[in-house]
Design a protein around this ligand. Structure first.
Ligand code: FE
Length: 184
């Protein structure tokens, strides 16, 4: 079962890898995403989801540039399974849905799609491209769809080289608040 100290260790040990072709590391990306969520006064669960949305990238051994080789690492599913052991749906579901949210936003908003970074365009193709009308309807029916859309927008902005943020320990308070069994 992932404990909070195990999560922080994962960030410290593996978070210095490149964030898939972007000018930030995995840890910088996670911290920027959580900082944006905190600035919008998101719930503790959603701030935790923002920090942890890409933890699946730290759980596998595929190279950072796997999408360049046509490989989708399915990190949202890996992250969802890992986080479900310790957190409720308010954390795990937005993480699972942050890739579908990108496919959703591309389907409803051409400008959104046009602003995606080149690595994000590359992975979009591997992730199934913009959603169909049927896929959009089932996405919208998920109670966590709008949380996932908010998370996605922070995710897309959290790629600024050298931006100062609070550290991972600062955000651990939200992880603690979002635990399913805090007394364990
Ligand atoms: Fe991300």
């Amino acid at each position: 079962m992932p404990r909070i100290d195990a999560i922080l260790k994962l960030f410290h040990e593996r978070g210095h890898s490149e964030y898939g072709g972007e000018p930030v590391t995995q840890l910088e990306h996670a911290l920027q995403c959580a900082t944006l969520a905190e600035a919008e006064h998101a719930s503790p669960a959603l701030i935790a989801a923002a920090l942890l949305h890409d933890i699946g990238h730290l759980l596998h051994q595929l190279p950072d540039d796997a999408p360049d080789h046509g490989v989708d690492d399915v990190h949202e599913e890996l992250g969802y399974r890992y986080l479900s052991q310790q957190f409720g749906t308010g954390v795990a579901e937005p993480v699972r849905l942050h890739v579908p949210a990108k496919r959703y936003l591309c389907a409803i908003n051409a400008e959104y799609m046009a602003r995606l970074s080149p690595p994000s365009v590359m992975s979009l193709a591997l992730q199934g491209g913009p959603m169909s009308a049927d896929e959009m309807a089932s996405f919208e029916a998920n109670p966590f769809a709008m949380d996932a859309v908010r998370l996605r927008k922070w995710d897309d902005e959290a790629k600024v080289s050298g931006l100062p943020t609070p550290n991972a320990e600062h955000f651990a308070q939200y992880l603690r608040a979002a635990l399913t069994h805090p007394a364990d």
